[in-house]
Design a protein around this ligand. Structure first.
Ligand code: UD1
Length: 345
């Protein structure tokens, strides 16, 4: 079976994707510098699939080490490139760190692909490239809006770098996946999201509040032009999301792609408000999430959800997990983390 390089493979979406690749029989090599993840994730993956993936502790900014890695693991047929910095607030404070990390890592990989005859790359992009879309649900033809943060800008620039590189190198192929809001964890609760410090994203904040790590969740605004006044997002189960990567890789390996660069929205097609998420989480898990309405968060988009038809039809991918099951998986993972903390005492 084909050998796939997964950069950022010990991260949140990366680890779930490694599991789905292994389940389909792919041979996985992970490159990760563990800057925002933990080596223990490899054991979680192994518990689920029975296979410990090959792991290289390499920073994708390190061209020489990456070059050697491609020599050592010869025959890689596709790269799934997750490794990147992703905290929006931090990117505003440290823009150059974000431009260096996110652009430099991608450029190194794109330069090394022809050298090592790796023709295919899947890139992790984000619905953040659409800003506040004029039309909802948003499809792949919607205009790209000026980025609201250096992080968002790196996603836009990386997409452009890929487009230009593929244009100049017709032997190379890329699939760009624009994620909406990934949430939840593997149903086994062996892997999940491991936020660093105080979470920025909604779901880890919800689960940490429910378990008592945080005293209350702040809901950023209830005066938006939405039915209940809170912001609306398209929350997509992380395992569903992971499966789309396997299909994207398979599509390129089977030479079924129509163009050398294809773009897909990955979402459910359903928008949920912050207050709906809280209520559904409480009902699905029989726990309380103390919350308080506060002012809006700077740079927040009012509402966005996907039109996933292109991915449904062309990639043959559809989100199938219910939001209730997804929120149950997020809670099971938080409980697992608590159990681990107690065992380590
Ligand atoms: C954020 C980033 C986006 C990035 C994505 C990665 C911003 C403005 N956008 O998206 O660029 O691609 O993460 O996952 O940061 N919320 C609360 N209280 C909280 C946390 C969040 O009410 O403590 C609300 C937010 O206002 C938002 C929703 O929950 O309406 C989702 O927030 P979040 O998980 O941070 O995702 P995005 O803002 O959609």
């Amino acid at each position: 079976m084909a050998k796939i390089l997964v950069t950022g493979g010990t991260g949140y979406i990366g680890s779930h994707t490694v599991v789905e690749l292994q389940k389909k029989g792919y041979d996985v090599v992970i490159v990760d510098n563990l800057s925002n993840s933990n080596i223990e994730v490899l054991s979680g993956i192994e518990k689920i699939t029975g296979i410990r993936p090959a792991f290289e502790n390499i920073d994708c900014l390190d061209y020489v080490s990456l070059d050697k890695m491609f020599e050592k693991h010869s025959g890689i047929e596709a790269i799934i490139h997750f490794a990147a910095s992703k905290a929006v607030g931090e990117s505003v404070e440290k823009p150059l760190l974000y431009y260096r990390n996110n652009l430099g890592s991608l450029i190194n990989l794109l330069e090394l692909m022809p050298v090592h005859k790796v023709p295919n790359i899947v890139f992790s992009s984000s619905c953040t490239v659409y800003g506040q879309p004029d039309v909802l649900p948003v499809d792949e033809n919607a205009p790209i809006k000026p980025a609201l943060s250096p992080y968002g800008n790196t996603k836009q620039i990386c997409e452009e770098i890929i487009r230009d590189t593929i244009y100049a190198n017709p032997e190379m192929k890329a699939v760009v996946l624009r994620y909406f809001n990934p949430i939840g964890a593997h149903p086994s609760a062996e892997i999940g999201e491991l936020p660093n410090g105080v979470p920025n994203n909604l779901l880890p904040f919800v689960t940490q509040t429910a378990i008592g790590i945080r005293s209350e969740l702040k809901v950023f605004g209830d005066d938006y032009n939405t039915p209940d006044g809170s912001c609306i997002r398209d929350y997509i189960n992380v395992v569903d999301l992971a499966k789309a990567h396997v299909l994207a890789v398979q599509r390129m390996l089977d030479a079924k792609n129509d163009k050398n660069i294809e773009i897909f929205n990955l979402g459910t097609g359903r928008g949920l408000s912050v207050l709906e998420i809280i209520r559904t989480f409480e009902a699905a898990n029989h726990v309380k999430v103390p919350y308080r309405i506060v002012g809006r968060r700077e740079g927040d988009i009012e509402q966005v959800w996907a039109n996933p038809e292109h991915a449904n039809k062309v990639l043959g991918w559809k989100a199938t997990e219910s939001v209730e099951d997804t929120l149950r998986s997020a809670w099971a993972w938080e409980l697992k983390l608590k159990e681990r903390r107690e065992n380590n005492k």
